[in-house]
Design a protein around this ligand. Structure first.
Ligand code: HEM
Length: 545
């Protein structure tokens, strides 16, 4: 009787106001638990933002989404420029970041993975355990590191074919009328298809249902990464399984599309390996699916030879490859189309790509693509100027004893997050003259002058290497869009080929109206939300079909 009385009293007291207060108290409590369990950094490290006391920490959480860029710019000027590290606030569920200056980039990037981990930094940022269904991403990453570069030459004819088809379908072939296109959608019409030519080959790379589900999956990962970063970590096991339901749905749709291909490839490769004479003349196509199967066999990983798992193995690569390239191509067009018309950027790229392609009889080759110095420079300059994140090089301290920085003497405990500042570096006038200006030939001017010299004046091997290093695929502490060091993006050689072929085909075959000014994105924390509403006017050039 007594218990019933207490229960009734409790129920009566559960008014909507009381419930709201309870939820608020639990949330604040969770944030405090989160805050208390984050790694602590030494007082000797300077801070930007509101400091790291409880009140300052709360204000940092409130302002993080809109002030992060200002904090980074302030830290770059006050500390990085003088070779000092500083601490910047991060999203609520993440530890604050120690921004390491350029002068110490080599130290950071050369520490072994057992001390500073790329994998763990990515895993925390993307919430891999939930978003990729607990499937470790290292096997596909290692497969790309091992197989992509060595197969690149053989991939070129297929990529060229796919670039042409994707652009014809997306931009149309009407030579009489201007067509208005949403620029973001246009790049989404090209990049997933071309990327998937390398991942799963034709005809699956043209299956719109398959591509749509891959793009939707990548969108899910981005969206959920933002959302989950805003929740206290103790909440995440409760909310993450709900947020990732669309990931599962989109993966499942793409799996059903790719299952017949994966099963067939497993069967064919097994028959070939068993010496079946019917397969004497058959070679598996060189693409990611084949590399995954080959690598699993070479490593004795029988469990990897499972269609469902193989389709999940493609997901981290689809994610790493598609939106990064779409964003880069999208920015490139915004920069090119709004560049000073007197520079004649589009015509210069048209001239260079037509001339080199003509010299190679209309088929791209590795050497031909490498000779596109101006095109390369225009892309690289856009990647420098229009960085779509403040930093893309993050490392998590995983050494139980932490790491100590030899130059400044500070100690970062287990769980600390270190990063390099790409935004500050790319816009530093001491490194890049007039850094906020799009100068398409910034990296090709010296190279062209070098090439124009008589052959006998170009015998210095060091100078030749220096010239090569001006290309977009060469990473350095001064050029970070692909990061730097041993975990630098292994897809960058592929991207360079892909973007040059796309630019060449688009400019040779279409007129595109310039934009009056460069549309701006919106910074949300350390990432930019691109102005996806931008439309461009295009028309197929006469005599090109
Ligand atoms: C313009 C397009 C791209 C950009 C800007 C880009 C940028 C990056 C960056 C910044 C990293 C992080 C490296 C680090 O943490 O130090 C990375 C890693 C990676 N990227 Fe790319 N990427 C692009 C396209 C691609 C493509 C097309 C592929 C696949 C074909 C790819 C595959 C990978 C892989 C597998 C990793 C992980 C490397 C590792 O952890 O060792 N990326 N990329």
């Amino acid at each position: 009787m007594g218990n019933e009385h207490i229960s009734a009293r409790l129920l009566e007291s559960l008014t909507p106001g009381a419930i709201a207060a309870l939820i608020f108290a639990i949330t604040v409590g969770c944030f405090i638990v989160d805050f208390a369990s984050k790694p602590r950094y030494p007082k000797s490290l300077p801070r930007v933002g509101f400091g790291d006391g409880l009140l300052g920490g709360l204000k940092n959480l409130l302002y993080f989404t809109v002030r992060y860029n200002t904090w980074m710019a302030e830290g770059y000027k006050k500390y990085s420029k003088h070779g000092r590290s500083f601490v910047v606030p991060s999203a609520p569920s993440r530890p604050q970041e120690i921004v390491v200056p350029r002068s110490q980039a080599a130290w950071m990037l050369e520490l072994p993975d057992r001390m500073l981990s790329t994998k763990e930094a990515h895993r925390d940022a993307l919430h891999n355990d939930y978003q990729f269904f607990g499937t470790d991403d290292q096997f596909p990453i290692q497969t790309i590191h091992k197989h992509l570069a060595r197969n690149l030459v053989g991939l070129i004819p297929g990529l060229q074919d796919e670039v042409h088809g994707a652009i014809d379908d997306t931009f149309g072939v009407d030579t009489d009328h201007w067509k208005s296109l949403n620029l973001w959608e246009a790049w989404l019409g090209i990049v997933p298809r071309v990327t998937n030519r390398m991942l799963v080959g034709a005809p699956l790379c043209r299956d719109q249902g398959f591509l749509d589900s891959q793009v939707a999956f990548a969108d899910d990962v981005f969206r959920n990464s933002f959302i989950l970063a805003m929740f206290p970590r103790v909440f995440q096991p409760l909310v993450a399984p709900m947020f990732v339901l669309p990931n599962w749905w989109h993966w499942r749709k793409s799996y059903l599309k790719s299952k017949p291909l994966i099963e067939q490839r497993l069967y064919d490769m097994a028959r070939k390996a068993s010496g079946d004479p019917a397969y004497d003349d058959w070679q598996p196509p060189e693409e990611m699916l084949t590399w995954l199967i080959r690598q699993a066999k070479a490593d004795g990983l029988g469990h990897e030879l499972n269609p469902e798992l193989l389709s999940k193995r493609l997901l981290p690569i689809q994610f790493a490859a598609i939106h990064t390239t779409v964003m880069t191509g999208f920015n490139l067009f915004l920069d090119l189309l709004s560049s000073d018309p007197s520079l004649g950027c589009l015509d210069a790229i048209r001239e260079e790509t037509s001339r080199v392609l003509g010299e190679d009889n209309g088929a791209w080759t590795k050497q031909g693509l490498a000779r596109l110095h101006r095109t390369d420079s225009a892309i690289k300059e856009s990647m420098r100027l229009s960085n779509f994140a403040q930093g893309l090089t993050h490392r998590k301290v995983v050494a139980p004893e932490g790491v100590t920085n030899p130059a400044e003497g500070w100690h970062a405990p287990y769980g600390a997050l270190l990063m390099l500042d790409m935004g500050g570096t790319h816009h530093d006038p001491e490194l890049y003259e007039n850094p906020d200006h799009y100068d398409p030939w910034r990296f090709s001017r010296v190279r062209q002058a070098y090439e124009a010299r008589p052959a006998e004046d170009r015998r210095d091997p060091d100078e030749a290497v220096e010239m090569k290093r001006l290309g977009m695929v060469t990473t350095s502490a001064e050029f970070l869009p692909f990061s730097h060091g041993r975990h630098a993006c292994p897809g960058r050689f592929f991207v360079a080929h892909e973007l040059k072929m796309i630019l060449a085909y688009l400019l040779q075959n279409y007129d595109i109206k310039p934009l009056p000014e460069r549309p701006k994105g919106f910074w949300f924390g350390g990432n930019i939300l691109p102005p996806v509403q931008v439309r461009i006017e295009v028309r197929r050039r006469k005599g090109t079909i």
